[in-house]
Design a protein around this ligand. Sequence first.
Ligand code: NI
Length: 395
Amino acid sequence: MLTRIKDLAQKLAPRLIEIRRHIHSHPELSGQEYQTAAYVAGVLSSCGIHVQEAVGKTGVVGELEGQGTDRRVLAIRTDMDALPIAERTGLDFASRQPGIMHACGHDVHTTVGLGTAMVLSQLGDALPGNMRFLFQPAEEIAQGASWMVADGAMDKVSAIFGLHVFPSIPAGSLGVRYGALTAAADELEITIMGESGHGARPHEAIDAIWIASQAITTLQQAISRTQNPLRPMVLTIGKINGGRAPNVIADRVEMMGTVRSLHPETHANLPEWIGQIVENVCNTYGARCEVDYKRGVPGVQNDTALTQLLEAAAKEAWGSDRVQILPEPSLGSEDFSLYLQHAPGMMFRLGVGYQDKQNYPLHHPQFEVDESSILTGVVTLAYTAYKYWHSNLSL
Ligand code: NI
């Protein structure tokens, strides 16, 4: 079956490159993936896959019925949105939308999703189970997965796979990680309220700027002194605003930040922990505060059995030396985690790096991918799906 899948993918390769270049030159921002969605729907329909549009606003779902009686569904999720970045690759299929670019490789993800659907649609009897292909909008703003889930995209799903391109892994290889892959990412808004006064008479005022600086310093030090160092977290105050004039003591400071954490227990306790530290600092100096902790997306925790399955399939397809076991998670975030609240899942990193050319990081205006990676992604996912329906995982 592996040879058959590889042959099918190989035959599709020129068409897939065409598809990827089309999507690359027509990028759309999060939540506005109208043309991309219509294009994806067209490709899916043309290979006999049942298509549902506007699932999760601009999302698309493709359904491929298996030949068996099992009603459950194996899902494959790829994301479709681009970024507000002006492309500087100089490619002849570069973005035709000024200021918008597929700089995170979601054009490759979408193409791999389509390629996998095309290959699996040609397996006939050999595919006993149902497949669902989720083409998700608005991943960059961490909204699309929740939209799709709300529209029923995870109904009957027994497992889900996803991927993200990775420029530091060479094309032809891929990276697999057990357990935590990405961090939980939350948002923080802190308002500190003191009392205004003359800059020369601090004893008659409550200096919100100085107290804010104490709060930031205390939070950063408390991470190192009160959090388990084996459970990493990052707190970044990225925006701060307060004060009116050089000689007026500020009565109000507003701060915004992001909080990343890997361990579910750390994540659970963060609102209380941060709230208490900020309140204690403010109480000490007579200020009042409001701490608004907004839960973002949880971390991606890869399911062990599904990770083993994909690792084994990829090693069979490409050889052990082309499947890296990733030693470290990322403190980036990924709303793939929201699907994992409904079914176990696994996300892998698809190598897209050039061997002979400089590789720019994700979100860089010169980010490029080695397109041979598309085939690697398609075969890996199609063969993993085949193996899923022929393993005891599907029981
Ligand atoms: Ni991305």
